[in-house]
Design a protein around this ligand. Structure first.
Ligand code: TYC
Length: 101
């Protein structure tokens, strides 16, 4: 391909902006059993047991842990699904979302 064609192609390419990404954040609480948190992280966020254990322990020790980063719609859906799993079993387990800086 000639240099001229390459140049035209890049001039014609429309500028698109990538969607802003949102974090899903796991909040610690004093009541939800650790194994339940690990099970929810596996079910909703497709983490291995070892990954889920690490995230759970970080939230347990530090108060919060970022679980993952997604487009806004996916982040909100996953946070709601994971929080609902806890509510259905009577646990206060909570996931929130926040836009990435
Ligand atoms: N702190 C809880 C307990 O000691 C376990 C837990 C960990 C709960 C992380 C929520 O995001 C959490 N049973």
């Amino acid at each position: 391909m000639s240099g001229i064609e390459t140049e035209l192609r890049s001039l014609e390419r429309p500028k698109t902006s990538r969607p802003r990404l949102h974090k899903v954040i796991l909040l610690n609480d004093d009541f939800t059993p650790r194994d339940f948190v690990v099970a929810v992280l596996g079910a909703v966020f497709r983490m291995t047991p070892a990954q889920a254990q690490g995230v759970m322990l970080t939230a347990h020790r530090r108060g919060v842990c970022v679980v993952g980063v997604f487009t806004r719609e996916i982040a909100e859906t996953k946070a709601d699904q994971a929080t609902d799993m806890g509510r259905r079993e009577g646990h206060p387990l909570t996931f929130t979302t926040a836009p990435e800086d």
